[in-house]
Design a protein around this ligand. Structure first.
Ligand code: PMP
Length: 304
């Protein structure tokens, strides 16, 4: 990865190479930490963070869910992200990774007395699933892992611990020759990708599963707003794997993945086997918004 100059750690701008933790950092052992993934795009008016408030709110909600008391306010965390991008003077698109973790000083599972630490890193990052994927689409495997059960984990939190499930699914998909995993819930309905939400298109209707077993995705919400504005009919309902196989189009959404078409699932070609028309329309609209080319969505951008 490409290093930046500084990482924000507990209120200080620390040189990238010095942003270190002790090996007895609580989160490293017991997995209670929460994070965000936010993007900033280089617009005609300079770098702009997309939906900063929504991402920062979700970060604080994630901490609330996993019972971590954060020593910073929403505004302080927003300002830290803005200032970090200024201090690093990036010349292209960046990915921002705020992380709230439990530090060094207490061991044992009772986490409440462990120090709460906050770090925010940002670095230059291109298309998560590849530039080619954005245009041609990717190949996806339904995972042998069920998505984290709501009976034992809390998927509304972007919690570090939830990503073991994602990581194993992604690993399995890649070693089997695919690019991404699609996880079903314990009942067999589509939950989400390892780090994305799913959309399918059938007979002109845009369909996305409810967020019962997935993160409340900000990109999914943006796509739904675009669809609403364009008058595209939308259904939020359960989807099975065979319905994905016979969809006219399918795509993933996520801050990192942006809008990535899916061209194949488990050896079944989706639609024409390349980016579908509605996918292209929504993807174009999404990029117009994040790059500041649609004045109606200016309120979603925070200029640096
Ligand atoms: N699901 C999971 C498990 C994720 O990690 C992500 C990425 N944050 C998403 C969905 C998409 O969420 P968002 O659009 O807010 O990035």
């Amino acid at each position: 990865m490409e290093k930046a100059k500084y990482i924000w750690m507990n209120g200080e701008f620390v040189p990238w190479d010095d942003a270190k933790v002790h090996v007895l950092t609580h989160t490293l052992h017991y997995g209670n930490g929460v994070f965000e993934g936010t993007r900033a795009y280089k617009t005609a008016k300079g770098l702009a963070i997309f939906r900063l408030r929504d991402h920062t709110k979700r970060l604080l909600n994630s901490a609330k869910i996993t019972a971590i008391k954060v020593p910073y306010t929403l505004e302080e965390l927003e300002n830290a992200q803005i200032e970090l991008l200024r201090q690093n003077s990036f010349d292209g698109n960046v990915y921002i990774r705020p992380l709230i973790y439990l530090g060094y000083g207490v061991m044992g599972l009772y986490h409440v007395n462990a120090p709460v630490e906050v770090a925010i890193a940002a670095w230059k990052w291109g298309a998560y699933l590849g530039d080619e994927g954005l245009e041609k689409g990717i190949r996806v495997k339904v995972s042998s892992f069920a998505r984290n059960s709501v009976k034992s984990t809390m998927g509304k939190a972007k919690a570090v611990a939830n990503y073991l499930n994602s990581q194993m699914a992604k690993y399995e998909a890649i070693i089997a020759g695919y690019e991404e995993a699609l996880l079903l819930d314990e009942e067999g309905f589509v939950a989400e990708g390892s780090g994305e939400c799913l959309f399918i298109v059938r007979d002109g209707v845009l369909i996305s599963p409810p967020n019962d077993n997935s993160l409340e995705s900000i990109t999914q919400d943006t796509i739904l707003k675009i669809a609403h504005e364009k008058g595209i009919p939308v259904e939020r309902r359960r989807v099975t794997r065979d319905e994905v196989y016979i969809a006219d189009e399918a795509f993933f959404t996520g801050t990192a993945a942006e809008v990535t078409p899916i061209r194949e699932v488990d050896g079944r070609i989706i639609g024409s086997g390349s980016r579908g028309e509605m996918t292209k329309e929504l993807q174009t609209a999404y990029f117009d918004i994040v790059y500041g080319r649609n004045p109606a969505y200016e309120h979603m951008l925070t200029y640096i």
